[in-house]
Every structure is written in structure tokens, then in C-alpha cells.
Design a protein. Structure first.
Length: 1040
């Protein structure tokens, strides 16, 4: 029975009044007790004695410090002897009153005194070289009490004999030390941690955390603050791509907004099928909708690159379905980004660029039987990050990070082989180009990474309010400005008015060209400028209430805004009437915000079997998506009689006023979680979650069951089964936009005005497209872990079945339907596409990690080999074709093929690497270190959207114009990274190295029809590791 000080005093009073009517004290103390307890907190031990001896303890938890851990092993001993054995070392006295036993501290002069006498323990923490370690976490096991070491490695913490001090620091093995009687000084040496299976993880559990070998589902722990010291990548997505085989993110090119926010996948599933957390709290998604023809088309992800890598201590990747624990989106898994809380100043400065070569004139050289690479230096990148932490009060902290990144653009365009200028009698195109003092290089596109400049601030803080309750807060602001280019508008491609437009307007058919050429005589390369702002703030309180119940009350707000600007462009319809047309446009933008409130309760019952943890919680969430219209010139048709002339700013037409609006929804959820250690070897866990969204009728109830059994202390098997769901994002429900898309028609990239219309639009209703509903999933996993001496192994197999997966359809035409034709005309489009639940998929895979670490004298070596083998499949019908859940209207109209084509199928099944293997060697000798990493990217496949039979094959200029399929399989590739580092000072380290040191590229296009007249040497539709080539860098890391 746990009491406050006031309750304790009243209990003593009433106990005294009733003393004459209670049991004899000696009889109580003579009762026999048999009990075996190991490392349980005192309160639980007393509760167990209450059950065994039929007594009731009266105490103040604060006075006796009942959270301390104790052990007890007695058999048929008198209660008096048991109490002496248990309580005397803890300086606790006892007094019997009937069946009640009153506990008090021996040091207390009065039972109502609020002053607790504490014994300070001081000491110093050093590394194996004897150098002080600042910022080491020092805590009392089983409590919230703790501190951090100062700059000289010293610490001071009030602790009693019997308390267990836990010393932990990223990159070092955690150490526990029990405070002995009368011990006031503890000096500790921490050893560098080569082992990872002993790392404690908190993702996927509402208990106090388990080591990786003890978790019933696979969890990767990536110590980002260590990893970044040895690599050239500066953003989270790229770092994880080359570290975690199950994670994949490739930068996109010529894809509008997706050039500026990198979509990321886990287990080959969509960016919106993985949930991102920060410090265990839900992170909001990006406002960007991936609507262009890249991998992950039709999805909405989370921009993890908006979180500075300098602010991150570690990242935990839960590779298992977790919607029953965390809610919508956690189908593929959960990524939990844990922010730094260390004390002191640290940071890094890095710079690097691509030094590479490739065959820019590949199409021309191939035709001539030649191959000649050109040397390139581009993509200059500079990054600076600072992290500073200070103590807040006695045991609190505030940690602040600032980071700035400048990334230059890269360009791997091929030379354009098509017609640049309008035909002039008697002259070839190359003669016209030469007569103007130009070469074909002056008409290059920009195909590669976008240019990005940006920075951000992150704050992470916590402050104990009292011994049991802590307040915490974290959040940040980030802004990045990007620049990317679209398709070059060659003089020959500037439109002529067709006969109908000439007749209607009375203008010459060359009027647009005449006016545009007055400003852009050589055509123009339009650019998209992005302005992306991300803000987030979380605050809460957590601690203990009512006995040993832990609580956590929090609120998290986040918002992402994506604004589009267009430069070096023109609205052709405006150019019909003037040479003074607008060249720079504000095209509008999108925003997404989310506010999430959570209340969690949990309690650990140490005495139920080998331990039982119960958890309950509730969540309320509000989402809001908005579209801001662009300025008039970015979308307006200034001459509606000029039929066939594209309206709006070229490369990215602005959002129409009718597209603009704000849409919101709310949801609430209730969930429970149980973890039971049946024995020390066997753990079972289960979770239930009920979630209700305001914008659809379904109320998903999801469950999860997981178990782990230790065959020995070092070998365990584990498995899980769960259901999950993903609510349609507001972006997918309400996004509306008209784009100029370039589609391949007869081997030529041709502009088409295509509208993406809301799922609830009139046009969608005409086509019979149903209202969006949640995706649902069933997840199975089975695995094993082993720690065999210095060798660590984990192997996990999984299957994920997803029903009613949401896709973005391809473009439907009016196809003779007057109503639909009117809808398309109203938005200035030739075609329209929609989001809809169309397919079912099944994902299977095998993931394995092996790590070996050893020390040979002064030489430290760690070898890591990890792999992910993925098989994603669209469920097929009896005819072997994808089973598409299409509307009857579209089936009857003959447009079923526009629903989900071969390229859409390939994006799910084969457009991302189906296997990825990483092998890393880390070596350390005194102040010198080295890292060699090889990453093997499996094959990827491009499937042409329409060409299925030989009758539709396209002539291939690279093979004597033989008619061939445009499909291509890109062979596996392996990149090699090398880093050398040296500790130039105890507070500073310098590293130099190269990513992809052997300058490996993915395969070039083998069919001339995929190159868009020579421009796309490498595919933008499917990617393995990107096509930037070698990247050389230098980096300085420091910590004071």
C-alpha cells in the first residue's frame, strides 16, 4: 500500500487507536515465509510478502524509496528474520500493529518529516585510454533519477547503498554498478561497444525496453551520431539507404516536387506505409504528393531530411507491422528517430563533390561505334552542424542543434539528337546551330540531383518536476530552397497555332513563336524553385501516479508547407498577345498539418510469473491539408480561342483557384498492450487498437501477437502475426492539379495536359470511381537471433498481404462522354487521373544481419554483413494479369488499361532493388581508423506501360533499327565506400574518403526509344543507387 506523507500520518493514528483489537505482534513475526525474488523493486517485494504472510505494509514510498531494486531468497524463515534481512541494509525500520507493519527510515527523527537524507555518490567516467567522457548518462536503475557527467567526466548523484547505477553513452557498452555500503566514490571506465545485440530498444514496446536479442520482432539500431563520422552522406535518407538494407531512398530527377523531397521505402513498400516517430511520437507527413512518373508514384511520405542529422543520437527501425500499437501507416514498420540529449558542445563540418565521368554523347557515340566519357565535377556539397547541451536545473537538460546544408546540382544529361530549330530550307539543324555560334551542349537538360540550400534548428529538453514526474519538450524548424529543371523547350517545340485557332483568332500561326523568340531566341530551360518549410513542436509530462502506474500525456503539432515557384518560363497563351510576357511565376503550393494528443498508462508487475507489463492509451488526432492557388498568370488561359496551346506557366502550371481550399478530418483511437514474461526464456505480447476517422465509415480494429523463446541464453526464436491499416491521406483524397506531363509517343517525349482530380469530384463519379477507403494488411514474421561469442546473427522472414491498395490511376480521356469532356475542359486538361483502391499486393522477404567484432592487441575490428531479399507482387487473376478493382463504367468504356498498366505494376514489383546487401569493415588502431563498405544493389526492371506484343515493338537505333521491346532489366551493381579518419586531438577527428570510389553507374539505356532522343543516358523511372558517380569528401568532427 503506497501512501502520501499525510496519508501515512493518518494511518499511524488509526493504527494506534485500533491496536488492542488486532493480532498479537509476535504471532505475526513468527509466520513462515518462503520467497525467491531477483532484482525486483522494493514495493513489489513487499507486495509479495503481503500475499505470503497475510500482512499489510504501511509506508511512504518517498520515505523508504520503494523503487530501489532488491533480491531475496528465503525458505521457511520467520517473517522477523526476513524483514531484518531485507530492510536493515536499506536503513528501514519496521513496527508491527496487528496485521499491519509500519515501515520508516531509521534516519528519520519524525515520521512526518519531509526531509529525506540522501548520500551523495561522486566519481569520474573515462574511456579505455583514460580520457574523460563528458555527457555520459548516469541513472539509478528503476527510477527517473539521474544526471550526466561534466566536461571533465565527473558526476555527482544522490544514491543509497543497494542502488544500481547505470552508465550509458552512445558508442560505448552500458555498464551497471551496485552502490556498496558506505561507498561514496565510483570511478568507471567504459569500453567501446562493438556489439549491437545488447543495445536496448524502446520502439515496438510500451515496457521499459529490451535488448535487440530479446525483442520478439526485428529492430535495427543505427547509432547515427557515430555513423555520420565515417560517411560522406549528410542527410538521413541517404545515410540509411547505405546502412540499412531494408531501407531504400533514391533521389529523383525531372519529377516536379519529387526532385526536392526524396521518397523513402521500407521493405519495398510505399513511403506512406511506414510510420515515422521522433522520440516515440508520431511525425507529420509531407504536403507533397508524388504524382509524376517516378518510383512511389501516388504516395505521400514523411520528409525525414527535414530533421538535421546532427541532432540525432540514434535511429531505431522496427521491421514489422505495428498498426495495432501505433496506428495508421505502420504496415511496413516504424522508424523512430531519437534526438540527442547529451551535455556539452559537439559538431561537424564537411564538404565534398562528385568527381566522375560518363558518356554524355552515348547516343551519338553508340551510333558511330564509339564510347568516350567526359570528366565531370559537380554537386559541391557543404554542411555544418552544431549541437550544444546544457543542464537544466539539477537533473534536466536542454539540447540544441543547428545545421546548414548546401548541395549543388548534378547533371548526367545526354546530348540531344533531335531537331532544335524550325526547319530552314537548304540548311540542316546542325548548320543552323553552328551559324548561331552554338553547339548541342547549349541545349542540355539538367538530369540529376536538384540544387538545395537549407538549414534547421532542433531543440530537445526535459526537466524533472519532482521525484516522480518529468516535463519534456522537443521540436524544430527547417527550411530548404531547391532548384530543378524540367524538359528543355527547344525553338522547334514552341507551338504553332493550328488551323482552327488561326481561323478563330485571325492571327498568324507563328505568332507564339515570334513573340517567344523575341525573349528566348534559342528556346528555354524552365526551372522549378521550391520553398519547403517544416515546423514541429511536442510537449508533455510523464512519470508515476497511483502505485507504480507510469503515465505519459503529450501533444505534438507539426506542419509542412511546400510552395512552388517557376522561373525562366512562359505562359504560351499570354505570349500570343504580347512580347512582354511574364517569365517568373508564383505557382501556389500545398500544406499539411497534424496535431496529435496522446495519453498512455503502463505498469510493470514484477511478481506475475517473470514479469507482466500492462499498457493502455488513447489518441486524438486532427489532420489538415490545404492548397494555395498560384498567381493568375501561372494558370490562366489568356486566349481561349487558341485551342491546343498549353496554358499556364511552362514546366509547372499553377494551382487553379478552384483547386484551392482547406480540408480537415479528425480521428480517435483506443489501444491496449500486454507483455508477459511467462518465464525468463519465454515472452509473449499482444496489442489491440480501435481507430475511427471522421471521413470514412470503417472503424478498423487491429491486433498484434508476438512471442520470443530463448532456446539458450544466447539463442532465441521469435515470431509475430498482426493486422494493420492505412487511412487514405488527405492529400490523396483532395489533391487537385493540372500538370504538363511528357509521355512517350512513338519514342518521343510529348507534352500532355493532365488533371489529377479529387476522388470525390464529379468527374470521378461519372467514371464510377468509388470513395477511398483504408488499406488493410495482415503481417506474419518468423525469425531467430544468436550471440555466439563475438558473432551476432539475426534472421527474419516475413509476409505482408495488403488489400485495397491505393494507387494513382493513369490518364482517362473523355472517350466520347460529353459530361466527362466538359469536366476536363473546365480544368484545361486533355486527360484526368484519380486516386482509388485498385489492387491487392503480397510482399515476402528474408532479412539477415551478421556482425563479428574482436580486439587483437590494440587493433579493433568489426565486420558486418546484412542483407534484405524482397519479393513484392501484385495479386493476379486467373489470366495471370493484375486483378484490378475497376469501375464497371471504365470497363465498359474500354479504358481498363488506363487504370493500372505494366509500368505501374513494375513500380511495385521490380522498379526498386529486390535485394540489397551491405558489407562493412571497421578498423581502429589508437588514433587511426578506417572503414570500407560495399553495398550490392540488386537488379531493377523497367516495363513499358503499353507495349506488350511484338507487333507494337519499337525500332532500336542501337541494334540496326530492329523492332524490340522497350522493357529493360538493369543488372546488379556494387558500390564501394572508403573512409580514413584520424584523432588529431582528444576533442577532434578528421575524416577523408570517397563514396562509390570506383565510380560505378547503373546500366545505360539499351534501347534508343527510352532515351528521349539521346537525353536520358540513365533511367529516371527505375533506380538503384542513383547516377551521380564517385563522391569525394572531407569531414571534421569535434566534441568538447
Amino acid at each position: 500500500m503506497k501512501l502520501s506523507l499525510l496519508q501515512f500520518c493518518l494511518a499511524l493514528l488509526f493504527t494506534g487507536l485500533s491496536y488492542a483489537h488486532t493480532s498479537n505482534a509476535q504471532e505475526v513475526l513468527d509466520r513462515e515465509v518462503s520467497l525467491q525474488l531477483k532484482e525486483q523493486n522494493l514495493e513489489n517485494a513487499l507486495s509479495k510478502i503481503e500475499e505470503t504472510a497475510n500482512v499489510k505494509f504501511i509506508f511512504s514510498s518517498k520515505l523508504i524509496k520503494s523503487s530501489r531494486f532488491v533480491s531475496l531468497n528465503v525458505k521457511q524463515q520467520k517473517l522477523s528474520a526476513v524483514l531484518e534481512t531485507l530492510l536493515k541494509p536499506l536503513n528501514i525500520s519496521f513496527k508491527v500493529s496487528g496485521n499491519k507493519i509500519i515501515l520508516n527510515r531509521l534516519a528519520e527523527a519524525s515520521i512526518i518529516s519531509p526531509n529525506v537524507i540522501e548520500s551523495p555518490v561522486t566519481g569520474k567516467v573515462s574511456d579505455s585510454k583514460g580520457e574523460a567522457l563528458p555527457g555520459v548518462s548516469v541513472s539509478i536503475k528503476g527510477t527517473k533519477k539521474g544526471t550526466s557527467t561534466e566536461m571533465d567526466g565527473t558526476f555527482k548523484l544522490n544514491a543509497d547503498a543497494g542502488d544500481v547505477l547505470v552508465f550509458s553513452f552512445i558508442g560505448f557498452a552500458t555498464k551497471e554498478v551496485k552502490v556498496a555500503d558506505n561507498q561514496s566514490t565510483i570511478n568507471i571506465t567504459l569500453e567501446e561497444a562493438f556489439s549491437t545485440l545488447s543495445e536496448v530498444v524502446v520502439t515496438g514496446t510500451r515496457s521499459s525496453g529490451r535488448t535487440k536479442i530479446d525483442t520478439p520482432v526485428p529492430v535495427d539500431v543505427i547509432p547515427l551520431s557515430q555513423v555520420t563520422n565515417n560517411v560522406g552522406q549528410v542527410d538521413i535518407n541517404q545515410i540509411l539507404t547505405f546502412v540499412a538494407p531494408s531501407f531504400q531512398s533514391s533521389r529523383q530527377a525531372i519529377s516536379d516536387g519529387t526532385d526536392h523531397v526524396d521518397p523513402a521505402q521500407l521493405r519495398g513498400l510505399g513511403p506512406d506505409q511506414v510510420l515515422v516517430l521522433v522520440n516515440g511520437k508520431r511525425r507529420h507527413q509531407s504536403a507533397l504528393v508524388n504524382v509524376n512518373g517516378t518510383v512511389n508514384r501516388g504516395t505521400v511520405g514523411t520528409d525525414m531530411n527535414a530533421i538535421p542529422a546532427t541532432s540525432v543520437e540514434k535511429i531505431e527501425i522496427l521491421r514489422d507491422g505495428a498498426a495495432a500499437q501505433y496506428g495508421s501507416d505502420a504496415i511496413a514498420g516504424v522508424i523512430n528517430i531519437v534526438l540527442k540529449k547529451q551535455i556539452g558542445l559537439s559538431g561537424n563540418v564537411s564538404t565534398g563533390e562528385n568527381i566522375t565521368s560518363y558518356d554524355k554523347n552515348y547516343a551519338i557515340n553508340f551510333s558511330n561505334g564509339q564510347s568516350k566519357s567526359v570528366n565531370i565535377q559537380d554537386g559541391l556539397t557543404a554542411q555544418i552542424g552544431l549541437n550544444y547541451g546544457i543542464k537544466l536545473g539539477k537533473n534536466g537538460f536542454v539540447n540544441i542543434t543547428g545545421e546548414f546544408v548546401s548541395r549543388g546540382a548534378t547533371n548526367r544529361t545526354g546530348t540531344y539528337t533531335g531537331q532544335v530549330f524550325p526547319t530552314v530550307a537548304g540548311q540542316t539543324d546542325d548548320q543552323i546551330i553552328a551559324s548561331k555560334g552554338l553547339t548541342r551542349n547549349d541545349f542540355d537538360m539538367r538530369i540529376g540531383n536538384s540544387e538545395v540550400k537549407g538549414g534547421g534548428i532542433v531543440v530537445n529538453a526535459a526537466l524533472p518536476i519532482n521525484e516522480n514526474i518529468e516535463a519534456y519538450a522537443f521540436g524544430g524548424w527547417n527550411n530548404k530552397k531547391g532548384n530543378a529543371a524540367g524538359f528543355y523547350r527547344y525553338p522547334n517545340s514552341v507551338p504553332l497555332l493550328n488551323a482552327a485557332a488561326v481561323s478563330a483568332t485571325g492571327l498568324a500561326n507563328s505568332i507564339v513563336r515570334t513573340n517567344v523568340f523575341s525573349v528566348y531566341p534559342n528556346g528555354f530551360l524552365p526551372e522549378i524553385n521550391s520553398d519547403v518549410t517544416d515546423i514541429s513542436f511536442a510537449a508533455g509530462i510523464r512519470g508515476k501516479i497511483i502505485k507504480n502506474w507510469n503515465f505519459d500525456l503529450s501533444n505534438v503539432y507539426g506542419k509542412n508547407t511546400f510552395d512552388y515557384g517557376v522561373d525562366n518560363s512562359v505562359n504560351y497563351t499570354q505570349a500570343i498577345g504580347t512580347t512582354n510576357f511574364q517569365r517568373t511565376f508564383d505557382a501556389g503550393g500545398n500544406s499539411f498539418s497534424q496535431n496529435t494528443t496522446n495519453f498512455d498508462l503502463s505498469r510493470k508487475y514484477e511478481t506475475v510469473l517473470s514479469g507482466l507489463n500492462l499498457a493502455f492509451g488513447a489518441e486524438f488526432k486532427v489532420d489538415q491539408f490545404g492548397t494555395r492557388a498560384g498567381e493568375e498568370a501561372s494558370w490562366k488561359n489568356y486566349n481561349e480561342k487558341a485551342v491546343g496551346v498549353a496554358l499556364g506557366s511552362q514546366v509547372f502550371a499553377g494551382f487553379f483557384p478552384k483547386d484551392a481550399g482547406t480540408f480537415s478530418r479528425n480521428s480517435y483511437a483506443f489501444y491496449s498492450d500486454v507483455e508477459l514474461d511467462v518465464t525468463k526464456a519465454w515472452v509473449v505480447s499482444g496489442a489491440l487498437r480501435l481507430e475511427k476517422y471522421s471521413n470514412f465509415t470503417q472503424t478498423p480494429l487491429n491486433f498484434k501477437f508476438a512471442t520470443r523463446y530463448k532456446l539458450t541464453d544466447k539463442i532465441a526464436i521469435r515470431g509475430a502475426i498482426s493486422t494493420g491499416f492505412r487511412a487514405p491521406s488527405l492529400q490523396q483524397s483532395y489533391y487537385s492539379k493540372t500538370n504538363t506531363l511528357f509521355v512517350t509517343i512513338n519514342g518521343v517525349q510529348t507534352p500532355v495536359e493532365s488533371a489529377t482530380l479529387p476522388n470525390n469530384s464529379r468527374a470521378a463519379a461519372i467514371l464510377g470511381i468509388p470513395t477511398l477507403k483504408p488499406e488493410t494488411s495482415t503481417n506474419y514474421s518468423l525469425g531467430a537471433t544468436a550471440q555466439l561469442g563475438k558473432l551476432e546473427l539475426t534472421v527474419d522472414a516475413y509476409q505482408i498481404a495488403i488489400k485495397d491498395r491505393i494507387i494513382l490511376t493513369n490518364n482517362f480521356t473523355a472517350n466520347g462522354d460529353a459530361n466527362l469532356a466538359a469536366q476536363l475542359t473546365a480544368v484545361g486538361a486533355n486527360t484526368a487521373n484519380f486516386f482509388t483502391n485498385a489492387i491487392d499486393t503480397r510482399s515476402r522477404g528474408l532479412e539477415a544481419v551478421a556482425a563479428y567484432s574482436t580486439k587483437i592487441g590494440k587493433h579493433g575490428i568489426k565486420l558486418t554483413l546484412a542483407g534484405a531479399f524482397i519479393d513484392n507482387e501484385v495479386i493476379k487473376g486467373s489470366d495471370g494479369k493484375p486483378a484490378i478493382k475497376a469501375s464497371e463504367t471504365l470497363i465498359k468504356s474500354g479504358q481498363l488499361a488506363n487504370y493500372f498498366n505494366r509500368e505501374d505494376q513494375s513500380r511495385i514489383e521490380v522498379a526498386s532493388p529486390r535485394n540489397k546487401i551491405t558489407g562493412t569493415i571497421n578498423y581502429k588502431l589508437s588514433k587511426f581508423g578506417a572503414m570500407v563498405r560495399m553495398v550490392h544493389f540488386g537488379e531493377v526492371v523497367y516495363l513499358d506501360p503499353t507495349i506488350i506484343t511484338e507487333a507494337n515493338f519499337v525500332a532500336n537505333a542501337f541494334n540496326n533499327n530492329t523492332r524490340e521491346t522497350l522493357d529493360q532489366t538493369f543488372t546488379p551493381k556494387t558500390t564501394t565506400d572508403l573512409t580514413l579518419n584520424y584523432q588529431i586531438h582528444k576533442a577532434a577527428n578528421i575524416a577523408i574518403g570517397a563514396n562509390n570510389i570506383f565510380d560505378v553507374y547503373q546500366d545505360v539505356h539499351k534501347h534508343s526509344g527510352n532515351m528521349s532522343l539521346g537525353r536520358f543516358v540513365y533511367s529516371r523511372r527505375v533506380q538503384q543507387m542513383g547516377f551521380n558517380g564517385r563522391f569525394v569528401f572531407a569531414r571534421v568532427n569535434f566534441s568538447f
